[in-house]
Design a protein around this ligand. Structure first.
Ligand code: DC
Length: 229
């Protein structure tokens, strides 16, 4: 796809629906920057755990986030996340960091700082962002909003296989229960809960493989840019 027009795509949905894989591929094929906003919440969660800050202490976590030097850099077209000078892109993927990210993301002060950073990164370029509140909060005027979903058992299976490939010991049942808990927390928190924006197009990936999902997303984007939808 080639277009000179600047555009933004917001991809939201629960964990394991394929957001980051689909968003990254869509960005590459459509010639846009990709921003995985979840990585930023994960970095704050990692920093809090490292500094022994109780995740239940909203004031302390918010202060940490305000003082934290968290940085998104692009190296050979790939997003890396830094805490100070340390590249923590790998460390933030551990299951305990998923849970910590979900906890810290409930705090409005944390969200304010990270949302400001996300908007600044997206300014003046074509961008595909994925997260939980992109269509509802970060990019309310996005060119295209996609709400990705999939059956929870299918999402858990995908996440389980990913963890297995990394050699992590979690069982399918552990992954499934953690996923349900995180869905619940992300959807019921007071600050910017995960929700489908009214003008988002739903894309159910339960029965789609990656290639099919990406081509569907790409088709939606070109139709939107051509004014057909
Ligand atoms: O997409 P992810 O699993 O890397 O996200 C980690 C956590 O961060 C997730 O539990 C919810 C939170 N998050 C959020 O609240 N808002 C976003 N835009 C992205 C992630």
């Amino acid at each position: 796809m080639s277009t000179k027009q600047l555009f933004s795509v917001a991809i939201d949905g629960p964990c394991g629906a394929g957001k980051s894989t689909i968003a990254r591929a869509l960005a590459r094929q459509a010639g846009a920057l990709y921003l995985d906003t979840g990585a930023m919440y994960r970095a704050v969660g990692l920093a809090a755990l490292r500094q022994d800050i109780p995740l239940s202490n909203e004031a302390a976590v918010t202060r940490l986030c305000d003082e934290l030097q968290v940085d998104v850099r692009y190296e050979a077209g790939e997003q890396h996340i830094y805490l100070g000078d340390e590249d923590v892109s790998e460390q933030i993927r551990a299951p305990e960091i998923s849970a910590a990210a979900s906890r810290v993301s409930a705090y409005p002060g944390v969200r304010r700082r990270l949302v400001d950073m996300q908007r600044a990164i997206g300014r003046g370029c074509s961008i595909v962002m994925d997260g939980r509140d992109i269509g509802t909060k970060v990019l309310p005027d996005a060119t295209l909003k996609i709400y990705l979903l999939a059956d929870p058992a299918v999402r858990a299976r995908r996440r389980y296989l990913e963890l297995q490939q990394k050699g992590l010991p979690d069982t399918y049942e552990m992954v499934y229960q953690a996923l349900l808990a995180r869905d619940h927390d992300d959807m019921t928190r007071a600050a910017s809960p995960l929700a489908r924006a009214e003008d988002a197009i739903e894309l159910d990936t339960t029965h789609l493989n990656l290639e099919e999902s990406v081509s569907r997303a790409l088709e939606l984007l070109s139709h939107r840019l051509e004014g057909r939808i």
